[in-house]
Write a protein that binds this ligand. Structure first.
Ligand SMILES: [Zn+2]
Length: 397
């Protein structure tokens, strides 16, 4: 007994552990993730097929019950008919008996009162006498046969009623068993549906993983951990597909005030207003500034590039597409460039722009996480043109 219990415990834990292990084996490449997705989708479609089969089984059991209930009703109708027929036969027997009794009586009475004899002896010949006597006897036999056949019918009916009652019990048992089948099938269907929800959730999760790693630019058979490390340490990319550098980082003569030795916190890239602006590396949006008097709409993004932390800033934007906390890749459009309609001189709010361009600033460290305040930010600034190795003009990212 103890052995059996131990065996059962081991068997049960195996059943519990095995599927967990299957899920525990984590995909290490995009290709494996796609294979996992395909297998989950197959599981989902198998599950759907099984659900449909189970639903069909339930419907067929329900139909079977309806049929059996109809059969029971028909049987009950037959029982009523048999009962009625028996009652009618009983009546007929009673009246038949009466007729017979009368006949016997008349036969007997005739014997005494000469009525019978009268009938018999009114015979005109000996043959007629024999004939008349035979008629009397046949009449009585016929009456007795009739009664006996009615009795047979009554017996048949009562046997029929017993058979039908037994049949009804059998049908009711079958209905009970079908009902219990339906209950079991219902439980099975619920379990299948639970599984279906789990599979669906798993599919969504694998799909979002695939999107995440695809967005990072992972190769099909590249180790995902490796890819993540590479992604965060990738070299910088250009913030625009096309651009021409119109103003350099550092000290310059201010284009608007004309002030000599004015400090410019980034690189200006001349570009038509409304152009897509991309992050210069994968990262997280850490800060947004809306309609600043100098810089307009700005997006700040924190990155790790080559294992070093950076914060990039994109200024004079016409439109911002991202929210704080959003993880972005270099393929995401974070907003549209502005600088023209947003310029104060053109009726806008931004006093620090004269025409369509993107101002890109780059600071080391994570601004407003590792350090705070404008002067700290300024002291962390680096030259975007040299750090990103930007040419003076380009037409591809
Ligand atoms: Zn600028």
């Amino acid at each position: 007994m103890k052995k059996i219990v131990t065996f059962l415990i081991i068997a049960c834990s195996l059943i519990l552990v095995l599927p967990t292990n299957t899920y525990a084996k984590k995909a290490t490449t995009l290709a494996e993730l796609r294979a996992e997705l395909a297998s989950l989708k197959k599981e989902k479609s198998d599950n759907q097929k099984q659900q449909n089969l189970t639903k069909n089984e339930i419907n067929s059991a329900k139909n079977n019950i309806t049929k059996k209930e109809t059969q029971i009703e028909t049987n009950q109708q037959k029982v009523i008919e048999a009962t009625n027929e028996s009652a009618r036969l009983e009546e007929e027997i009673a009246s038949g008996k009466e007729t017979l009794e009368k006949l016997v009586q008349s036969y007997q009475v005739a014997k005494g009162d000469n009525v019978y004899l009268e009938y018999v002896f009114q015979a005109t010949s000996y043959e007629d006498l024999v004939y008349r006597y035979a008629i009397m006897e046949q009449l009585m036999d016929y009456q007795e046969d009739l009664i006996s056949s009615w009795k047979d019918k009554i017996e048949y009916n009562s046997q029929l009623k017993i058979d039908l009652a037994n049949k009804e019990i059998e049908l009711n048992n079958q209905i009970d068993s079908l009902a219990s089948d339906i209950k079991k099938l219902g439980t099975k269907l619920n379990e299948l549906d639970d599984m279906f929800q789990d599979i669906d959730a798993e599919i969504a999760s694998v799909q979002s993983s695939i999107k995440y790693y695809t967005d990072l630019g992972c190769k099909e058979n590249e180790d995902l951990n490796q890819c993540m490390a590479v992604a965060s340490s990738k070299t910088f990319r250009r913030p625009l597909v096309k651009g021409t550098i119109t103003s350099q980082f550092g000290y310059r003569t201010h284009p608007i005030t004309g002030k000599k030795s004015s400090f410019h916190s980034g690189t200006d890239i001349g570009v038509k207003e409304g152009t897509n602006v991309y992050p210069i590396a994968n990262g997280t949006v850490s800060k947004l500034t809306i309609q600043s008097k100098c810089g307009g709409n700005m997006v700040y993004i924190q990155h790790i590039v080559n294992g070093k932390k950076y914060t990039s800033t994109y200024m004079h934007l016409l439109k911002i597409n991202v929210k704080i906390g959003k993880t972005v890749t270099t393929e995401d459009v974070i907003g549209l460039s502005g600088g023209s309609s947003t310029a104060k001189k053109n009726g806008g709010y931004d006093t620090c722009t004269t025409g369509g361009h993107l101002h890109l600033s780059l600071a080391t460290g994570w601004y407003e996480k590792d350090y705070f305040g404008y002067s700290n930010w300024r002291s962390h600034l680096v030259n975007p043109k040299t750090t990103l190795n930007l040419p003076s003009s380009w037409s591809t990212r």
